[in-house]
Design a protein around this ligand. Structure first.
Ligand code: ZN
Length: 451
């Protein structure tokens, strides 16, 4: 069956323009002019709604198997579908077992069966002592590897130091798989925390938490990662960059051709540390949300292309673990829940800043697809790609309430925030999975195994 999706605003690699997407067997067979849909095709006319490529979120913590009381494949992927995310890549650490060997990957595959509303892939983990497991994981189809340079919050996912990073990079060299790094070093964090404790700091204050994770922790880690990416000629990806102070160093390295890419989170681009109320632990994440001036500098880095992509780092937990009653930032679990909100959050900010809507596609779809080895297949509306399509109304204004959140625990710093732009429909490989009246059909997401 041939179908034609058309609108006066279709986002193709050539930009936003009237066009018709011809869809056959779940793929885009071709892109034609607006006035020329194939005569045999079933026509779906979306008027003036914006048709975007299905978004790719390469930084999601599903926490399954093993911690399904935190989140799970069903709820996480429903949240994704509701926000136009048709592909996500799951982090290797909060599940039990962790994805640090092939058995862990198999356990995740078993857990996901029949539950995923969108397509998904898995990052493997680099932890202390698992060097022998890396190439088998690569052969088994992970998209790349994630490591921590500081305590991850999960005892079963041990952080690595330079020696272990070197061992991992020597193995990954030539595979084309990226090493993703949580770029904070423990030295500056430990020193800052110690002096805050000695001074009797109040851990209900957001300013105390922010002071405990200084910019220096990110800068020192990123300096090391730049050196290693250059030496090993192996791609390294900085996850959730929070400190804009690292941008000049990253820009300089990239201009020399060092294979290093960078993501930042929607919450670093939206919130500012000065505005976070004391005790509001739903804002706790690491690295922390920094000040308003830092946020503005991150936007400049994003517009300049030093930051490649924007991701959610959706990292939920049961509400009790946020310990909202005590409001102590040192004791609460770190992680912000926001899966499904990235598109309107980013678009609202872009609109206020006068940034062209055309950049959404690169930041939320094409660049993350490339990181995950899915360039040309996901994140782009062009012939040969999967027919993952988001129907987006860029003008609708709405306020985030728990009913809009489809992840398991409805605790998010975005509750009550007014946003512009609404996902009207989400299509996965040519089939509708979400619409304004709710979810359509049943979970049909598949795992994307990296070849
Ligand atoms: Zn994360």
């Amino acid at each position: 069956m041939t179908e034609a999706f058309r609108s006066t605003r279709v986002f193709t690699p050539e930009g936003l323009a009237p066009a018709t997407l011809v869809v056959e067997n779940g793929r885009i067979a071709g892109v034609r002019s607006w006035s020329d849909p194939p005569s045999a095709a079933t026509l779906r006319d979306f008027g003036e709604a914006v048709l975007l490529p299905g978004l790719v979120d390469p930084h999601v913590h599903i926490n399954a198997p093993g911690r399904t009381e935190w989140e799970g494949f069903s709820t996480a992927t429903m949240a994704a579908a509701s926000g136009g995310v048709t592909t996500l890549v799951d982090m290797p650490l909060n599940c039990v077992p962790e994805t640090t060997n092939v058995d862990g990957l198999k356990a995740k595959r078993d857990e996901a069966k029949g539950k995923s509303w969108v397509d998904w892939a898995a990052w493997g983990g680099v932890v202390r002592g698992n060097a022998d497991a890396l190439l088998p994981l690569a052969d088994a189809g992970v998209s790349g590897f994630k490591c921590f340079m500081i305590h991850s919050g999960i005892d079963g996912f041990a952080w690595v130091v330079e020696d272990e990073l070197r061992k991992a990079l020597a193995l990954l060299r030539g595979t084309g798989l990226p090493l993703l790094a949580h770029a904070e070093l423990s030295g500056p964090v430990d020193a800052a925390t110690k002096s805050l404790i000695a001074a009797g700091a109040d851990w209900r204050k957001y300013s105390t938490y922010l002071a405990s994770r200084p910019d220096a922790a990110e800068i020192e880690a990123i300096a090391l990662l730049i050196r290693l990416a250059e030496e090993f000629e192996t791609p390294i990806h900085i996850v959730h960059l929070a400190s804009a102070e690292a941008l000049p160093m990253l820009a300089e390295a990239r201009s020399r051709g060092v294979p290093i890419t960078v993501e930042t989170c929607t919450h670093y681009l939206w919130f500012a540390g000065e505005e976070i109320p004391d005790g509001a632990t739903e804002f706790k994440c690491s690295p922390p949300i920094r000040g308003a001036a830092n946020r503005e500098a991150l936007w400049i880095g994003l517009e300049a292309g030093v930051i490649d992509m924007v991701i959610t780092d959706h990292s939920p937990c049961p509400a009790t673990m946020k310990r909202r009653d005590e409001g102590r930032f040192d004791l609460a679990w770190g992680g912000v829940s926001s899966l499904g909100l990235a598109l309107p959050v980013l678009w609202t900010s872009m609109k206020r800043r006068g940034i062209d809507i055309g950049r959404l596609g690169a930041w939320l779809a094409a660049a993350p697809a490339q990181l995950a080895g899915l360039a040309g297949k996901k994140g782009v509306l062009t012939a040969g790609a999967d027919a993952d399509i988001v129907v987006f109304d860029p003008d609708a204004v709405w306020t985030v309430t728990p009913e809009h959140l489809h992840f398991r625990h409805k605790l998010s710093p975005y509750l009550g925030v007014e946003l512009q732009g609404q996902v009207l429909e989400t299509w996965l490989r040519g089939k509708q999975v979400f619409g304004v009246d709710g979810f359509v059909g049943s979970p049909s997401g598949i795992e994307l195994v990296r070849q």
